[in-house]
Write a protein that binds this ligand. Structure first.
Ligand code: ZN
Length: 153
């Protein structure tokens, strides 16, 4: 049991470090809103951004804990290559929802075009034009194209 708790703590620390690094990369200095709280649950569930509580809830099913073995201690910066594990991909996806709801980025004609083409990549509520705007606003500093992020998260 102590080993499992230690593993959980390592994963929590890793995801928090990853959130902090990506936040610094995607927002200009003087981030426009305070960071969200990460609420990581080691069980099966649907991850999400909870607007009313300013938190990102990430579910890590027991079968995915081993995914982090090689990841812990290696915070990813630029995403030139896709080497993220499932939990990190979900974190990045929920960070796009965080930006969508907190910043409400402007929807440009380019974003509308992107949305028309790729709206069916996502299911469930919240994947609207503002979500795509958050992706377009965030990807330049992450080193990937919006389409790569849309197709991989
Ligand atoms: Zn989503």
């Amino acid at each position: 049991m102590p080993n499992l708790i230690r593993t959980f703590c390592k994963i929590l620390n890793h995801l928090q470090a990853q959130y902090d690094v990506w936040s610094k990369m995607i927002y200009p200095p003087g981030r426009p809103f305070p960071p969200s709280r990460l609420d990581v649950r080691f069980e099966v569930g649907t991850s999400g951004y909870v607007k009313s509580k300013h938190k990102i809830v990430l579910y890590i099913p027991p079968g995915n804990i081993e995914d982090f073995d090689k990841r812990v201690g290696q915070v990813i910066k630029r995403l030139d290559r896709w080497i993220l594990c499932g939990g990190e991909i979900e974190l990045l996806h929920e960070m796009m929802h965080e930006r969508q709801y907190k910043e409400q980025p402007r929807v440009s004609d380019d974003v509308r075009c992107l949305y028309k083409n790729y709206a069916d990549q996502f299911s469930g509520p919240g994947h609207d034009e503002e979500f795509f705007s958050a992706i377009v606003a965030s990807t330049p500093s992450l080193g990937i194209s919006p389409v790569d992020l849309i197709k991989n998260t």
